[in-house]
Ligand binder design. Structure first.
Ligand code: BES
Ligand code: MN
Ligand code: ZN
Length: 487
């Protein structure tokens, strides 16, 4: 779906569908007051009402969308209502529709346009790659959304809509990758997708297979990957070499393309969902795509450790001791705590860039869902300024994170008697001890860890812009943070 902006009066615009979003108690535009019974419309959040103006205005249909209470204006509600709008437009079978930008003094027109563009493209996403049984009308795509701005706000609206579209397409790329099943998207295929991205934006990329991984000493990635017939990969994409003096941010992604648990095998129930265990890697690629589209004046280095965690004949075992890229040794007590082992290598590699910050994203623990549920990303960091940056970015992007502590006693819990660290410590504080494990591999570089295990996938439908399946968690937060870094 293309998004365009024009300055024009919604009440004189010809369109097969005009969407008007209203806050509670906003009056209806006078020409429409005859098209509805008083009392049938109040503007509560996500209320919808379809009207047929029958010539009262040029639009053939009007969809009223409720934004809820005006004060305080919540941009995430605008984003969500835009998603409701696009889904109704598709159900109505129109090709194109227009959306009158709601006007408020509290939020700049650019931000409103951004939220509407973002919500619309996010809400329009469907994973249809494997549906061969759809009727043509079920497969039809919307062609164009026209945002109607005032003459004074049109330029700002163009800017906002462009950014919102780019961000949402980054999120949708992450969703598309995470929704793909393990038989198709194995580590080699993930690396292929990374190469395609790099080629599109002309970014240098390095991919290591088993031979190079052995040469360089990636003992963590190799150990986790050795039980699968699908070989592991390490992927590095570098954006922004020309901004030599700008901050360098390493984005590190967990790319387990399927997590069976290995020999510490998972229960059968819901194991299928573990095809999304590369959502961190997907978020890194989605964010990189958007960074390249926006041409942010930063250096952003995407680093991915990818393996399939399987219990094959050559699989790593509980009791094994692995020597990671840093030289530090890991006692494997549970082969299902594989993500942290892979990340140990990638974080150690990231230090070579001497980055301003490194941020890892990983579907790392079930425990983060026990702690926070599906409504917040778990954030742990060794640097408070970085943590605050990310918390603020999450708030602004409508993708909240919540910080958990990383105190010394947690770090004691991951020490091993026979190796440097152990990969599993039991259930208590599981999200934090996983981060405490990672903290051993970041040195003194400012680092933050985002545990997206409970937010990267949804079976319910908590927000209109998150359809079932992969959510693309982390991408919007990252982009908000990176944009703020520039400013
Ligand atoms: N990939 C899982 C974590 C996960 C769980 C992601 C649920 C998404 C939804 C991770 O590799 C894992 O298995 N973690 C274990 C760690 C434990 C063995 C210390 C867990 O959370 O149970
Ligand atoms: Mn696991
Ligand atoms: Zn995993």
């Amino acid at each position: 779906m293309r998004i365009s902006v024009t300055s024009g009066d919604p009440l004189t615009t010809e369109t097969s569908l005009l969407i008007i979003a209203l806050w509670e108690d906003d009056p209806l535009p006078p020409p429409l007051s005859g098209s509805i019974e008083p009392g049938d419309w109040s503007g509560t959040f996500k209320q919808t009402q379809l009207l047929y103006p029958r010539g009262a205005i040029p639009a053939r249909r009007v969809l009223l969308l409720g934004l809820g209470k005006r004060a305080p204006v919540d941009v995430d509600r605008v984003r969500e209502v835009a998603a409701v709008g696009v889904q109704r437009a598709r159900d109505l079978g129109v090709d194109r529709y227009a959306f009158a930008l709601p006007v408020t003094v509290e939020v700049a027109p650019a931000s409103i346009a951004e939220a509407i563009a973002e919500g619309s493209i996010l809400g329009d996403y469907r994973f249809l790659a494997y549906k061969t049984d759809l009727k043509p009308e079920e497969r039809r795509e919307l062609k164009e959304l026209t945002l109607l701005a005032t003459p004074e706000s049109a330029d700002e609206a163009v800017r906002g809509a462009t950014i919102g579209g780019v961000v949402a397409r980054g999120v949708n790329l992450a969703r598309e990758l995470a929704n793909r099943p393990g038989n198709e998207l194995n580590p080699a295929r993930l690396a292929d997708r990374a190469r395609e991205l790099a080629a599109t934006y002309n970014l240098p990329i390095t991919v290591f297979g088993p031979t190079e991984l052995r040469e360089h000493g990636f003992g963590g990635i190799l150990g986790v990957g050795q039980g699968s017939a699908n070989e592991p990969r390490f992927i590095a994409i570098e954006y922004g070499a020309q901004y030599a003096d700008a901050p360098a941010i390493c984005l590190v992604g967990k790319g387990i393309t399927f997590d069976s648990g290995g020999l510490s095998i998972k229960p059968a129930e819901n194991m299928d969902a573990m095809k999304m265990d590369m959502s961190g890697a997907a978020a890194v690629l989605g964010a990189l795509q958007a960074v390249a589209e926006l041409q942010l004046p930063l250096r952003v280095i995407g680093l991915i450790g990818s393996a399939e965690n399987m219990p094959g004949a050559a699989a790593y075992r509980p009791g094994d001791i692995l020597t990671t890229l840093s030289g530090k040794t890991v006692e494997v007590l549970n082969t299902d705590a594989e993500g942290r082992i892979v990340l140990a290598d990638v974080l150690a590699y990231a230090r070579r860039y001497n980055p301003t910050a490194m941020i890892d994203l990983a579907t790392l623990t079930g425990a983060v869902g026990v702690a926070l549920g599906p409504h917040a990303i778990g954030l742990m960091a060794n640097d408070d300024a970085l943590a605050q940056r990310l918390l603020r970015a999450g708030e602004a992007a409508g993708e909240r994170a919540w910080q958990l502590p990383l105190w010394q006693p947690y770090k004691e819990m991951v020490k091993s008697e026979i190796a440097d660290v152990r990969n599993s410590t039991g259930r208590q504080g599981g999200a934090i001890t996983a981060a405490a494990f990672l903290s051993n591999f970041v040195g003194d570089c400012p680092w933050a860890h985002l545990d997206i295990a409970a937010t990267a996938w949804t079976d319910a439908k908590p927000k209109a812009y998150n359809p079932k399946g992969a959510t693309g968690a982390g991408v919007r937060l990252l982009l908000q943070a990176l944009r703020a870094w520039v400013a």
